[in-house]
Design a protein around this ligand. Structure first.
Ligand code: PHE
Length: 339
């Protein structure tokens, strides 16, 4: 009897299969209700007393061996289907991978940067919390200059020397202080003005200002650069420079692009004139160059500034500037396809 059980142990240990049905039959043969093991256990009472101990041990060994065999063969089948799973079920529908999107302000900013990088400008950045010198005084706006009122300033605490920059011209001052001409740089960034918040204006918005300082830079260079920019940015090459005033440029001008009057939207955007104002510009005032350690007898330069938010609103038909800062995912998601 004991010999029969031992033979079964050897048989069990030698058994191997990758077929589920075969393994199941094997399990039933040994471990099933009417399986061999139950037969052997039933036999136990007929075994002579002196053999009981040894018989008990061999049927237990057989039981464990059969159970282990079944478990390990099943596991082997499962893990082999897992490795097949590397290729997956090719008929399964794909999983949706949620894609992020760039903010429309970043999209437009990057586009402007890209346009100016192509003609040799670099990108400069500076702090949003500025001092009076870089935001005002160096830019020909001494204390009590009435033009300071043009830019309603947020001061930090009660110290009038610490403020949130009202334009990124402050970055240009820093750049001129630290670099010698030739200078060709654009300064994109967030600026702050204490203005009532509405659909058209916000207390913070974004600008890109440009600066070119070298020997013999003229107003014609400024005009050509702006024309290149509007052509690349909007596909519109007709521009108009209207005389204006900025303390840091002389002469100064407002830049208008001819948008056209073809559609109803054109009428609305240009208030029926066909012209759209996109920013300010001018020749850098000699005083500003001097303040920044550049000799105005030797060098001249031009500067310009455009508002990113307005351009983004225009290009993407965004009706309200507040949408940029609300973080409404339904709004932001619409820019997924734009780089
Ligand atoms: N700094 C001006 C503004 O914020 C824009 C500007 C820049 C005008 C450069 C002229 C030259 O309104």
């Amino acid at each position: 009897m004991i010999e029969t059980v031992r033979k079964h142990i050897i048989e069990v240990q030698a058994f191997s299969s990758t077929n589920k049905e075969e393994i199941e039959n094997f399990r039933i043969k040994y471990l099933g209700k009417k399986g061999l093991l139950n037969d052997f256990f039933a036999e136990f009472k007929n075994v002579p007393n002196e053999q009981k101990k040894e018989f008990g041990q061999v049927i237990n060994t057989l039981k464990n061996a059969a159970q282990e065999k079944v478990d390990s063969l099943k596991e082997a089948i499962e893990s082999s289907t897992e490795t097949k799973g590397v290729y997956g079920d090719l008929s399964r529908p794909g999983e949706v991978i949620p894609l992020g999107s760039r903010h429309p302000i970043s999209i437009v900013k990057n586009k402007i940067i890209d346009i100016f990088l192509r003609i040799g400008f670099n990108v400069s950045e500076g702090p949003e919390i500025e001092d009076d010198w870089h935001n005002f005084t160096a830019l020909n706006l001494p204390e009590y200059h009435p033009a300071r009122d043009m830019q309603d300033t947020f001061f930090i605490q009660t110290n009038p020397d610490v403020l949130l920059r009202t334009h990124t011209s402050s970055v240009q001052v820093r750049y001129m202080e630290n670099n010698k001409p030739p200078i060709r740089t654009i300064s994109p960034g967030r600026v702050y003005r204490n203005e009532a918040i509405s659909a058209r204006s916000h207390c913070f918005f974004h600008q890109v200002e440009g600066l070119y300082v070298d020997k013999g830079v003229s107003f014609a260079d400024l005009k050509q650069t702006l024309q290149y920019f509007t052509t690349e940015m909007f596909g519109k090459s007709k521009i108009r420079l209207r005389p204006s005033y900025f303390p840091f440029t002389e002469p100064s001008a407002e830049v208008d692009v001819y948008w056209g009057l073809e559609t109803e939207a054109d009428y609305r955007i240009t208030k029926g004139t066909g012209w759209l104002e996109i920013g300010g510009c001018g020749m850098v005032d000699p005083n500003v160059l001097k303040n920044c350690g550049i000799d105005p007898e030797e060098y001249s330069g031009f500067a310009f500034g455009v508002g990113i938010d307005r351009i983004a609103m225009l290009l993407h038909q965004i009706p309200d500037i507040r949408m940029f800062s609300e973080n409404d995912i339904r709004f932001l998601e619409q820019f997924k396809s734009v780089l």
